[in-house]
Design a protein around this ligand. Structure first.
Ligand SMILES: Nc1ncnc2c1ncn2[C@@H]1O[C@H](COP(=O)(O)OP(=O)(O)OP(=O)(O)O)[C@@H](O)[C@H]1O
Ligand SMILES: [Mg+2]
Length: 308
């Protein structure tokens, strides 16, 4: 079995009389980047705060590196590095002094380790400058360096790309991917932007209204987006192709620019075979457009039909 780095079992948070999240069960493994995706107010930060020990778990259990957050808080926290909301940085101190100060909170973080994390996040050139001169992306990277000081197994980041420009987002993505691949670090990262998660993560859990709707690999999500593919065909006899395919139950439309067919991915080979058997020559088949990932996300998170 793969190494389980984070496990949440039916986690619930109630604030006052309101249930903010419930029934959150997840398992993350060594070296994977897991995206926690959901619209504003879905319960991402609430869940993350319980994982990193900033907020009490109302019900359920959370284990980090096998240690229960409730029963072995210290053990669990040893395995976690996190940035929730913004990194805690002192603006008037240099990046390096921030790291040194932070390192004092952990036993056994050496000066050598401090230099190592600086290198990992690629801040060597600016580490002696005051943090107030840093760009947002640099601050985020310093925050990650801070979170990595004690060599945790799990890095938890709440919307780390918020406010970053496309170049900053790309840098963050590459940094996290690199860390996961080279050091086996597991990353739990939240976002409300699907396209970003798709590029950064191995798996994605979708949360909406405090409930985990689904957990899928990025490949599966993309597959869902491509459930029905709109194809545009060019054949030696489009109207004959049209009648053959209609007879086989495909939805077709014969237009001036070719024959348009909507087909499930698995039935595309069937379509090709039927045309060939029917004596129609196929010159070209293009995807005209497919359902976007954004559509899948909207569908999964659209106002719930069942009242809970
Ligand atoms: N301390 C609190 N007291 C009452 N309600 C709260 C509290 N904290 C969060 N909530 C509510 O819980 C819900 C989930 O909030 P949460 O911050 O976890 O969402 P989120 O997914 O992180 O959203 P965003 O994308 O906006 O950061 C929201 O409706 C919020 O108003
Ligand atoms: Mg949040």
């Amino acid at each position: 079995m793969a190494d389980s780095v984070l496990k949440t079992e039916s986690v619930k948070k109630v604030i006052g009389k309101r249930t903010i999240v419930s029934d959150i069960s997840l398992e993350l493994y060594r070296g994977e980047i897991f995206g926690f995706l959901g619209p504003n107010g879905a319960g991402k930060t609430t869940t993350i705060k319980m994982i990193v020990g900033l907020s009490k778990i109302t019900e359920g259990r959370i284990y980090v590196g096998g240690c229960s957050v409730r029963e072995d808080f210290k053990g669990a926290m040893k395995n976690i590095g996190c940035i929730v909301e913004n990194p805690d940085l002192y603006k008037y101190m240099s990046g390096l002094d921030n790291l040194r100060l932070f390192a004092k909170m952990y036993p056994g973080v050496s000066e050598e380790r401090i230099r190592e994390v600086v290198k990992i996040v690629d801040l060597e050139h600016a580490i002696n400058d005051k943090v107030k001169t840093y760009s947002l992306g640099m601050k985020q990277r310093l925050g990650i360096a801070q979170a990595l000081l004690h060599s945790p197994k799990l890095l938890v980041l709440d919307e780390p790309t918020n406010g970053l420009d496309p170049a900053g987002i790309k840098e963050m993505r590459e940094l996290l991917r690199d860390l996961a691949e080279k050091t086996g670090l597991t990353v739990f990262v939240s976002s409300h932007i699907l396209a970003e998660m798709q590029q950064m993560c191995d798996r994605v859990g979708i949360i909406n209204k405090g409930r985990l709707i689904t957990v899928k690999t990025v490949g599966e999500l993309v597959g869902m987006a491509e459930e029905k593919t709109a194809l545009q065909l060019e054949t030696d006899d489009n109207s004959k192709a049209n009648s053959i395919l209609r007879e086989k139950g495909f939805s077709c439309e014969l237009l001036a620019d070719g024959l348009h067919v909507a087909a499930e991915r698995e039935s595309i080979p069937v379509l090709v075979r039927e045309l060939t058997l029917g004596g129609v020559g196929l010159y070209a088949m293009d995807r005209s457009n497919s359902r976007s990932l954004e559509d899948v996300f909207m569908k999964l998170t659209e106002p719930a039909k069942e009242g809970k």
